[in-house]
Design a protein around this ligand. Structure first.
Ligand SMILES: [Zn+2]
Length: 283
């Protein structure tokens, strides 16, 4: 290839990859169907509970996916005589209760072991199956590239593995027919997700105002009794929401990095499509 050719290729490829399609000045419209994927019971409530509650109340259909059943628990609140199996069952019940408070339609558990999660092909296939089954326009998961938060919390390896496998399932697996072609035999056809909302990111570009649903988020969190005991998370959640909203002048927000994989149809696109259909019908 000539130097000229290289330059042309670079010019056409790189700007598209680097382009930002996010309008950070306004909140995105409510998605229709959301698949919210996290590693542990309570991850969803801590990170995106306000957003999930807001979208559910605005009519979005939310499916919660929990990859492990949290059977490693936390040493502090796990009774000494409790088995892993008992703890997993208890935590699934707590998650279902929390999901119900948020307004989630269905909660799915994949029952991978807690504490040793890896972004394996098996996990990617399982998540691809769920994306093809539920056909979400938006997938929510943790940012897998976040290794450290400040200088006191190292991101849990399960969180990173969950985010990684979810992003890989969204693209390219879910939309590509011949990746995991065994899923076709199960009846799961390709599906393209429009947007991925990554929480726990260091590069936020979308803010969801959650001041009206913060109380619901706290109520959902309180369902995870085996993890938080009688501790009231209200103050901490208000503080987190204030911190996340600060940059946008919001009292309470949850912030995301959003990947736009498919552009929304504009009203002009829809009108044009309708005209085509009309013209076809007349022929
Ligand atoms: Zn977690």
């Amino acid at each position: 290839m000539s130097d000229n050719g290289k330059t042309r290729l670079a010019d056409s490829a790189i700007p598209e990859r680097a382009v930002t399609k996010i309008d950070s000045t306004q909140e995105p419209k409510t998605p229709q169907r959301v698949l919210c994927v996290n590693a542990h019971p309570d991850d969803q409530e801590f990170t995106v509970g306000g957003t999930v509650a807001k979208w559910a109340r605005a009519g979005a259909e939310i499916i919660t996916v929990v990859i492990t059943s949290g059977d490693a628990g936390s040493n502090e609140h796990t009774p000494a005589d409790m088995t892993k199996t008992e703890l997993a069952a208890l935590r699934e019940t707590e998650q279902r209760n929390a999901s119900a408070v948020l307004g989630v339609r269905e909660t799915v558990f994949l029952r991978y072991p807690d504490g040793t999660l890896q972004p394996t092909l098996d996990l990617r296939r399982d998540l691809t199956r769920l994306i093809r089954k539920y056909k979400p326009d938006v997938v929510v998961c943790g940012d897998p590239t976040t290794r450290f938060f400040g200088n006191s919390y190292m991101n849990h390896p399960d969180h990173r593995a969950a985010g990684d496998a979810t992003c890989d399932a969204v693209f390219p697996s879910a939309g590509t027919k011949f990746i995991f072609s065994e899923l076709l035999a199960e009846g799961y056809m390709p599906h393209e997700v429009s947007r991925v909302f990554l929480h726990g990111s260091e590069k936020n570009d979308v803010w969801i105002d959650v001041h009206e649903t913060l109380e619901i988020k706290v109520r959902a969190l309180k369902q995870h009794v085996s993890q938080i005991g009688s501790w009231d998370p209200s103050e901490m959640m208000q503080e987190w929401a204030r911190e996340e909203g600060k940059e946008k002048g919001l009292d309470a927000a949850e912030a995301f990095r959003v990947m736009v994989l498919k552009e929304d149809k504009t009203s002009e696109d829809s009108a044009r499509e309708a005209n085509h259909i009309l013209a076809d019908a007349k022929m």
